[in-house]
Design a protein around this ligand. Structure first.
Ligand SMILES: NC(=O)c1ccc[n+]([C@@H]2O[C@H](COP(=O)([O-])OP(=O)(O)OC[C@H]3O[C@@H](n4cnc5c(N)ncnc54)[C@H](OP(=O)(O)O)[C@@H]3O)[C@@H](O)[C@H]2O)c1
Length: 422
């Protein structure tokens, strides 16, 4: 990559998640002493406060530049992109602000990672900008946060440790047994979810264009699950998980089939709850949330008073750091398949899948602490191992992008653990 003033710029560093990411970049720079980095946002004095908070929270010397850039001002974004090799974009909702930043990165010659959990934005970027990014030799990698690196890299890890072919993967996301306490989630994440549900019908058209050729039809579908079931592997009561992980994993699986001739796995996602009663509560909450997002009047109420209508799960008041510090996540991925591999991934096994294997990914509080670690390691991997990423450039989900890199090892060195359950 050509010489630029910065290696990494964190855009949206003034946001709740952006502050965690900024601090993680400071920690990483402590070990990578030649790393040049800056924090960016639309408000200079807020950026200065981000630097001071990062100093206080990390206890480290913060050698960050600051760049003022507003999503409403294209020139400022292109100017930002021209100064750096990689942009970590933490500005959301991505439905509103993401595309302007992707196009500015392409114009300004910067690679890009983001922490979006919005399938419509992620898939639209792949559809519209994959070719241009490839021509410009830039990697634009979406969903590099807790959504959806554990799911996507975890599926890859399961496939690599399975021995034979994996037919389907069942993922359960929840808090680890060692997790202590609870916390609310920042409002912007809820806003993204509300927008995603209310526009979900638009996805069908995008997918039709993005995936014109069908994948080989699997001969064996996984057994259907009800709305609530107990998973022996995850030791949790499970309910459907409509978040973005499934869309991201399936895109990686498709790309790995197309680029690497690997057999794509089917994938389903669930939330894991400690008890049957919290599971039932989760389903009732999901129904209420879905109904409220479906009508403009109730959607307005939900967005105006998230604390009341989500029973404190989402809040306009930022979460307290103290409440996040003892939380831990656990992602359990159970694969079902065969002990043999067929050479041709389009060929189907004649007998039903009979082997199962489970892997676990565990780490600190998911939404902010783990998210910051994960996206920072993705940015660093892109910076230091760009030659191992596919096709010289393009728009990718994480596992398709980082397949041949050391991302998993880097995550393990930073507290995100991958293990095979014996
Ligand atoms: N994948 C994951 O695991 C994960 C985890 C957490 C969050 N997220 C996602 O990350 C995003 C941010 O969430 P958050 O809770 O940190 O939200 P937040 O606190 O509201 O932060 C939003 C950031 O965007 C900036 N911004 C908004 N409009 C802008 C504009 N016109 N120009 C430049 N910057 C602008 C804000 O700047 P100001 O400070 O100036 O307002 C702020 O820095 C959301 O999309 C959320 O879903 C993903």
């Amino acid at each position: 990559m050509s010489e630029r003033e910065y290696d990494i710029v964190v855009l949206g560093a003034t946001g709740f998640t952006g502050q965690f990411v900024a601090e993680e970049v400071v920690r990483v720079a402590q070990k990578n002493t030649d790393l040049k980095y800056a924090f960016a946002g639309r408000n200079k004095s807020k950026l200065e406060a981000t630097v001071e908070t990062a100093k206080a929270n990390t206890g480290l010397d913060v050698k960050a530049g600051t760049i003022v850039a507003d999503v409403g001002d294209e020139e400022s974004l292109v100017n930002l992109a021209k100064q750096t090799k990689v942009v970590i974009n933490c500005v959301g909702p991505y439905r509103y602000y993401g595309e302007q930043i992707v196009t500015a990165c392409i114009k300004g010659g910067a690679n890009h990672v983001d922490i979006s959990g919005e399938p419509q934005y992620l898939e639209t970027m792949q559809l519209k900008y994959n070719k241009e990014a490839e021509e410009k030799k830039l990697h634009i990698i979406g969903a590099c946060g807790f959504d959806s690196v554990p799911a996507d890299m975890g599926t890859l890890f399961l496939q690599e440790n399975f021995g034979g072919d994996v037919n389907s993967v069942e993922m359960v996301v929840g808090l680890d047994d060692s997790s202590v306490g609870t916390s609310s989630i920042n409002f912007t994440t809820m806003e993204c979810a509300v927008l995603g549900i209310s526009h979900s019908k638009e996805l069908k058209k995008i997918r039709k264009e993005l995936f014109p050729t069908p994948l080989p039809k699997p001969a064996f579908k996984p057994k259907p699950r009800g709305n609530l079931f107990y998973s022996e592997e995850a030791k949790r009561w499970c309910l459907p998980n409509m978040a973005s992980d499934r869309s991201v994993v399936l895109r990686s699986q498709r790309l790995l089939y197309e680029m690497e001739n690997r057999r794509p796995a089917q994938f389903s996602a669930f939330f894991g709850m400690q008890s049957m009663w919290t599971g039932i509560g989760g389903i009732l909450f999901g129904i209420l949330f879905f109904i409220m997002t479906s009508f403009s009047f109730t959607r307005g109420l939900l967005l105006k008073h998230p604390e009341i209508f989500t029973f404190g799960i989402f809040s306009r008041k930022a979460p307290e750091r103290e409440k996040l510090k003892d939380l831990r996540f656990c992602v359990t991925l159970t694969g079902t398949g065969w002990d043999k591999k067929l050479d041709d991934p389009a060929q189907q096994h004649p007998e039903p899948p009979s082997v199962t294997k489970t892997v676990k990914i565990t780490g600190p509080e998911p939404g902010y602490t783990a998210c910051a670690i994960v996206v920072t390691q993705c940015a660093l991997t892109l910076l230091q191992e760009k030659d191992k990423l596919p096709r010289e450039g393009g728009v990718f989900p994480p596992a398709a992008a980082f397949l041949k890199t050391s991302l998993k090892d880097r995550l393990e060195e930073n507290g995100i653990n991958f293990s095979v359950k014996e």
